[in-house]
Design a protein around this ligand. Structure first.
Ligand code: ARG
Length: 571
């Protein structure tokens, strides 16, 4: 089944082509979108302006010709202002559309990604350092993009591009040899590795010979010295073990965990290729690529000491990914501070002949409540502690709303609600705005929050249970959906938008688009629930309403699942 927007946009294009067979309309926007003001219709389109321009005719004239016919499933078209077109869907066709998707797995969401591959580079923390808020956000947002793409039928290669290579390992190895506290390493490996690094780094600033020793350790590691290699391995394993705990708790998994080190032996080749292509030149002993045309600063690809850098690694990585997976896109999810890096690296990759679509999805850093900060670094967050607190706050909510539930179930539900609240607080923000996390907002039962949607879902699911208790032998699906009341129609219009919203949230890489939609559905549902009787309605109407409830529950559950959030049937 085609989505509504797809169908209506397709009709517009075909209609103009029939009306004006000799005109080429390629490049003219024919997008039909949800109406910004529902009083004027269900969908709207301003293609007439572009078409009229190409025809050199007055928009109103063109609009009049257009609306002489109407697409299937639409009751009427209206011209507004100078030539905007408003679409009023036909009630019966709308109801049939919903009936068709009810009870299905995909709820009308098309597999537009079928046969296409995307590589998703997200989370990507650094070895021997704690994850900072940027990595947490990358993990949560990246995982939602991962789920969205998979649901749309894309083949996704989720790759955790770990920062497991670099000059810091010389300093760390030296610190480890001299200052190790074995017990501390057992208790909190990452904290101890970080302490060792900092201590050794500070000494290197005052003590020249220490710095030389650190460099020597690094060279040994890079040349494959067995002992240093083993130490490095140990750092990687310890860090991965800690990261794995966080991923398990967040319900996040990767297809690949290729760190930067994986590409180590390809770096020299990348630089040689840049030189052979005449793209790189010496500058003060270093090797750089000029990006004047792109109006970007010089891009360093080899340092003056001969070492390679972050950009060299990303170039090697993208060349390797392009070759191995032939992806349609490679998507990188990081915080906003890396924008320049990605612009430069993408520009150099293009010059090297990479044609794959490269996308940098960036987000602002989120401010966190007091107490979740570590003292030394403002944006390091103890995620464990944040999630523990979310669960205990959620447990209080669940105990209040379901005192009759047994303790184990209450805890299980509180886990889903607490985790959901934290994830949703992150996902529901426009990624490109600076936000402050607040417990009140994250756990609000009456705002745009995961608990609000989870409670709404559970309440809706219970309507179905009550129906079964009273009318056990009837199947609501045997009665048609009838959109008699205005509020039923409003809800139906929202539900029919689900496929387009999923596609849009994915194509603009913004999970918040889906969040806003789910919140709207839940709000419209709540009005529906308060306005009309369900189980007390007359036969037929009752079944139709139960079906709308059921579909609303399915949409909320599926939508939350695409965000990585559970929706328990009872809360
Ligand atoms: N490890 C990097 C950091 O913590 C993020 C890596 C993002 N991915 C990439 N291919 N550069 O800043």
């Amino acid at each position: 089944m085609k989505t509504l927007e797809h169908e209506l946009s397709g009709w517009m294009r075909a209609r103009f082509q029939t009306l004006f067979p000799d005109t080429d309309f390629s490049g003219v926007q024919m997008e039909v979108l949800p109406a910004t003001d529902e009083r004027f219709g269900d969908y709207q389109c301003n293609a007439v302006m572009g078409v009229a321009k190409r025809l050199k005719r007055a928009p109103v004239e063109v609009a009049k010709l257009l609306v002489a016919e109407c697409p299937a499933g639409v009751a009427r078209l209206e011209i507004a202002g100078p030539g905007f077109i408003n679409f009023h869907l036909d009630d019966a066709a709308l109801a049939r559309r919903l009936e068709e998707v009810q009870g299905t797995e995909r709820l009308g969401v098309p597999e537009i990604g079928h046969g296409k591959t995307v590589v998703l580079d997200y989370s990507s923390p650094n070895i021997a350092k704690p994850m900072h808020i940027g990595h947490i956000r990358s993990t949560v947002i990246g995982n939602a993009l991962d789920r969205l793409h998979r649901f749309l039928g894309y083949t996704v290669v989720a790759d955790n591009h770990l920062g497991d290579w670099g000059t810091q390992f010389g300093i760390l190895i030296l610190g480890y040899r001299n200052y190790l506290d074995a017990q501390a390493l057992k208790d909190d490996p990452i904290a101890e590795l970080e302490r060792l690094y900092v201590k050794s780094y500070e000494r290197s600033k005052e003590d020249e010979s220490w710095l030389h020793q650190a460099r020597a350790e690094l060279v040994k590691l890079q040349q494959g010295d067995a002992e240093n290699r083993a130490l490095w391995q140990q750092f990687v394993q310890l860090s991965l073990g800690e990261f794995a705990k966080i991923y398990a708790r967040l319900g996040v998994g990767f297809d690949l965990n290729r760190g930067e080190s994986f590409y180590n032996d390809q770096l020299a080749g990348v630089v040689e290729r840049l030189q052979a292509l005449g793209l790189a030149e010496e500058s003060e002993g270093a090797l750089v690529v000029k990006l004047d045309e792109e109006k970007l600063p010089l891009c360093l690809v080899r340092k003056s000491d001969g070492g390679f850098n972050y950009t060299t690694t990303d170039l090697a990585t993208v060349l390797s990914r392009a070759k191995e997976f032939s992806p349609d896109a490679v998507i990188y999810v990081t915080d906003e501070r890396q924008q320049l890096h990605f612009k430069q690296f993408f520009a150099v990759a293009r010059k090297m002949g990479v044609t794959t679509r490269l996308v940098h999805v960036w987000f602002g850093l989120m401010r966190l409540p007091e107490g979740t900060f570590s003292t030394r670094q403002g944006n390091v967050i103890k995620l464990e502690r944040l999630l523990d607190e979310a669960e205990s706050r959620a447990l209080a909510l669940v105990k209040a709303s379901s005192p009759e539930m047994d303790e184990a179930t209450q805890r299980e539900v509180a886990r889903a609600v607490g985790l959901g609240a934290v994830k949703y607080a992150d996902l529901s923000q426009n990624p490109q705005s600076l936000v402050t996390f607040s417990w009140d907002k994250a756990l609000a039962l009456d705002g745009n929050s995961a608990p609000y949607l989870q409670y709404a879902h559970a309440r809706i699911a219970s309507v179905r249970d009550k129906y079964r208790e009273q009318f056990g032998d009837r199947r609501p699906e045997d009665s048609p959906i009838v959109l008699g009341e205005a509020i039923e129609r409003r809800l139906a219009v929202r539900l029919a938008r689900f496929p387009d919203v999923v596609a849009r949230a994915t194509s603009v890489y913004k999970p918040n688009v889906l969040c806003e939609y789910l919140f709207e559905v839940a709000q419209v549902y709540s009005t529906f629930y308060q306005t009309v009787p369900f189980l007390k309605a007359e036969e037929g109407v009752r079944e139709s309403r139960v079906r709308l409830c059921d579909l609303t529950a399915s949409v909320l559950k599926r939508g939350l699942a695409l965000l990585g959030i559970e929706a328990p049937n009872r809360i």
